[in-house]
Design a protein around this ligand. Structure first.
Ligand code: NI
Length: 159
């Protein structure tokens, strides 16, 4: 668990540093015609943070892990992340995740490792999960970081 939390912390700190060095032009340039720009990818990660922040808190008041999904493409589109300040988006993403990290350190181990038999993570998180396969909040936390890393890679691999 300590390794995971340290990985989370370093991922956010290191990425924020690298992201802040992207030029304004680079931050707004899509990787391909139908792909998100870095601004939109970080916007998507802010949406992921805000949705999962709620889930990580709510999971502590319920035996289930059943959560509302969100229209990921639509959320990015209607919020016009392209029209926002890059340094402010990077700061918001960084600070939101530092709070989530703080929250994760406060989740009791029994809560984190409890088997959850009712969940919809096969719909909102990983398609490799099955509905009848119990999951833990611990798994869901790690999936959140994996998703973040995947999208950060899309920015850094292209720059
Ligand atoms: Ni995503």
């Amino acid at each position: 668990m300590q390794d995971f939390l340290e990985d989370f912390r370093q991922t956010v700190v290191n990425a924020a540093e690298r992201l802040s060095q992207l030029s304004p032009l680079a931050s707004e340039t899509p990787r391909a015609a139908d792909k998100w720009s870095p601004k939109e990818i970080i916007g998507h990660l802010i949406d992921s943070a805000s949705n999962n922040h709620q889930r990580f808190v709510r999971a502590q008041f319920s035996d289930d892990l059943i959560f509302a999904g969100y229209e990921q493409e639509g959320w990015v589109r209607v919020q016009d992340y392209q029209g926002e300040s890059w340094p402010e988006l990077v700061q918001l993403w960084k600070l939101y995740n530092q709070h989530i990290l703080h929250l994760l350190t406060r989740i009791p181990e029994a809560t984190r490792l409890k088997l959850r038999y009712h969940h919809n993570l096969h719909q909102i998180a990983s398609e490799t999960l099955r509905a009848d396969q119990p999951v833990t909040l611990d798994w869901f936390m790690r999936d959140y970081l994996d998703h973040m890393k995947k999208h950060l890679g899309q920015i850094f691999d292209a720059s």
